[in-house]
Every structure is written in structure tokens, then in C-alpha cells.
Design a protein around this ligand. Sequence first.
Ligand SMILES: Cc1cc2nc3c(=O)[nH]c(=O)nc-3n(C[C@H](O)[C@H](O)[C@H](O)COP(=O)(O)OP(=O)(O)OC[C@H]3O[C@@H](n4cnc5c(N)ncnc54)[C@H](O)[C@@H]3O)c2cc1C
Length: 448
Amino acid sequence: MSQASNVFDVVVGGGGPAGIGAAVAAARTGKRAALIERYPVLGGMGTAALVNNFCPAHWDGERFIIGGVFGELRHRLIERKAIYSLKPLPTTNPILEPYNPDVFAEEVATLCHAAGVTLRVNTKITAVEFVNEQRASVRLEDGQHLTTTTVVDATGDALIAHHAGVPSTFGNPDTHAVMPLTFCYMIGPIDLAAARAGLPEAVRYDEVTGETFFYFSGWHPVVDQWVKEARQKGELSIPRDHISAIVSVPGQPNYATVNFGRVTIADPTDPAQLLSAEAEGRRQVEEGIRFFRKYIPGLQHVELVQLARQIGVRETRQITGLYTLTAEDVLSCRQFEDCIAQCCYPIDIHEPGKDTTLMKHLPHGAHYDIPWRCLVPRSGPDNLIVAGRSISATPEAMSSFRVSPAVLAIGEAAGVTAARAVECCCAIRNVNPADVQQRLLETGAILA
Ligand SMILES: Cc1cc2nc3c(=O)[nH]c(=O)nc-3n(C[C@H](O)[C@H](O)[C@H](O)COP(=O)(O)OP(=O)(O)OC[C@H]3O[C@@H](n4cnc5c(N)ncnc54)[C@H](O)[C@@H]3O)c2cc1C
């Protein structure tokens, strides 16, 4: 690899939804953009942790409020019959949109290639040195060394920002507790006829794919009672009062991915704690499958088909930015002048140390804005911006916008900002957010 090919305008660390949005958006401005992902596939939690659903942050009950790169990707999945999509009707209750994780990863790679993003997967960023306002040096695990003008931290944990001295908070401001982790997995085969007979509301039909599929998510009087009963009998020790999701994989409707476990640790950025969480998560997978076989109609014969590459991490670090988004901003549907993304997903806190989940919904047809200032570190390197779940926010606010449609839109704005800083030869914080908004609107984002 020649030295010239390792020189970039924008380097994005982390190929989750935020990193994908950032890299594609930066490359589309004509900048030399690289996306570095430690796993062999892109997608972050969506693929590596088998969290293959879009939570309805993008549909407010009346209209779509997130477009841009997310909208394009979603459209491609619809064209490939790889998503059970919402119907754009006022009557539609917001539901998860399950997608096929393999097709998702393929489409993301196609988007990146088409935009001209240089992909470096299966290698980790091990160090970033911010040399000056216009230059950073990025070291990869495989020995490569990249030079770039700007850096987007989309690692989920604000890892690059943390090491660069950007101030941050960790979990709850008083206790530092973070939301529990969940090891997701795929099960099958599901007997859809038996499911229809015993739990008819869990069987749906999708017109676009022509598939009948299993869809169970959230609270349900009968199923919650089964969970309670199994816990009382000692058959279930998972500290959770309901099943978050068992949802078919588009293209393979007799197979479903499951979000049910709950593991609490103090610090998911600590490899040793993560390892022990994975051991407990795996035990919960086995327990969950035994429970499904005994109690849930249609799941009597399911086996473990695939375990996620890693346990899913919901929360770690939030940077301290030029503005910190709060629960009040979310619940009052606050609009900001420097809005770079919108979100209508509820506050959704998996309560640390408890078996409950706290949900606070926004009114039907309403959303809140995510201000550009939340992505910009209050102090630290001039050429660093943060994208994704680790932007500046209180834990309550983060529990809402952390879902993949919203973080993808946040990432897109971070990529546009990084590109703009290169064009203006200025520090990230001196980019005019109105220029970012203009570019986002020109490329299909929805900001009002
Ligand atoms: C169990 C669970 C269930 C969820 N359910 C849903 C759901 O149903 N729907 C929904 O929309 N959202 C859901 N979410 C939320 C959503 O998946 C995440 O919040 C979202 O993926 C965060 O995006 P991100 O890009 O900020 O970070 P991530 O998705 O975490 O991506 C960060 C990426 O950076 C990479 N990385 C980290 N460090 C380095 C490094 N040093 N070098 C290179 N790469 C690095 C990681 O491998 C990863 O791919 C769930 C999350 C969890 C944990």
C-alpha cells in the first residue's frame, strides 16, 4: 500500500450506523474518506450484536422524519425484500422494522463503495495522535498508519475522544451505572402454523416480501404471565419482566432473532468485565431457549442457530459537548436552530439493577431535534467530532436517540461537518451549522 493512499481528509473510527452515515456523507462531498471497523462486517450493533431492527425513531405516526442515508438504505432493503417495513399510514402503530442482517451489511458496503469510501475492516484503531488543527495520525492494529485532516469518533464508546482528553460522563451521573447488556441470538425453525393457533397476534403478513412471519415485541398480558410463572418456578433467572423481541428475519421467516437477556456490569469498556458478561449472557441464551420451547406456541422445536458476534452494549460514555441534550428537551419535543437530525423514539431505559424498562413516549405526530452542538466536544482536539450514541446527552436523552435510524442521521451530520471543516480549513467548532444543514437538506435529510 503506497503512502499516498493512506492520506485522507476524513477518517471515521467505527463502522456502526453512525460511522456508516458519517463516512458516506463525507465521501459524497468529494473528500477522501476512510471507514475503519474492527469486525469483518459493517453495521455495528445491528450486525455484530444481532440487533437487526430499526426502532421507530423515523416514523412519528404521521410521516417519516428521518431521510438521508438512512432513508436510502431502508429503501434499498425494501427493494431487496430484506425488511418488514412500516406502512406509511396514519393508522400504523410504530413497530420495529426487522431487517436481514446479511443483506444490510451487503447494502452498507455497496453504499460505501459507491460513495468512494475507503473501507478498512477487520482492523482496529489502536491510537490517534492529533498533531495539529489540520492533521491527525491514526494507527491501526494491522500496522497501517493513516494521516487525516479530521477524525469522526463513531466507536460507540467515544474511545478516540476519551483518549484525546475530551471530557465525558459515564452512565448515571450519581451512580455511574449503565444500562444492562443483552446477548442476542437467532433461533429456528419456528412452526408458524402452531404460533398462529396459540398466539395469533404474533403472526403477521408482509405485503412487500410476501412472507408470513413471527413478530413478538414488548409487553403482552399472557406472555408476561408466562415469564412471571417461569420465574416463580425457578425456570427463568433472567432479570427481565418481559421479552423485548422475537422477530423473524426477512427472507428466512422461520428463523427469528431474540432480544431477551439482561446482564449488568459496571464498565462495558473493560474487556475483562465484558468477557464475564458474555459468559452470563450465553447462559441466559440457553435458559431463554428452554423457556421458549416450553411456553411459546410455535417455538417448541427451536434450536440456537446463531449467537451474535458480541454481547450488545447499550450505554457507556457520553462526551461533554457544546450542548447537552436532556430528557426535558426530548419530552417537550424541543426544536433547535442548529438541528441536524430528528427523532421520535421514546425514552427507553433498561433500568440498571432492575427487571423493568422505563418508557416515556412522545405525543403522536411529534418529534424532537438533535442539535449540532451535541456532536462537538466542548474541549479537546480542534479536528475531532463525535457521532452516534456517545454524543453529549444525559442518560435519559441518550436512551431515546441511541436507536439505529437516529444515530445514522447523527453520523451523517458528523461526516458533513468534518468535510466542511476541511473545506474551510477551520476547527470543527468553527464550522457554521447552517452550512451543515444546507448540505443535509440538499442530500435528502428531513430537518423540519
Ligand atoms: C441489545 C441491544 C438491542 C438494541 N435494539 C435495537 C433495536 O431493536 N433497534 C434499534 O434501532 N436500535 C437498537 N439498539 C440500539 C442500537 O443498536 C445502538 O445504539 C446503535 O447501533 C449505536 O450506533 P453507533 O454507531 O453509535 O455504535 P455501534 O453500533 O456500537 O457501532 C460502533 C462500531 O465501532 C466499532 N469500533 C469500536 N471500537 C473500534 C476501534 N478501536 N477501531 C475500529 N472500530 C471500532 C465497533 O466494532 C462497532 O461496529 C439496541 C442496542 C442493544 C445493545
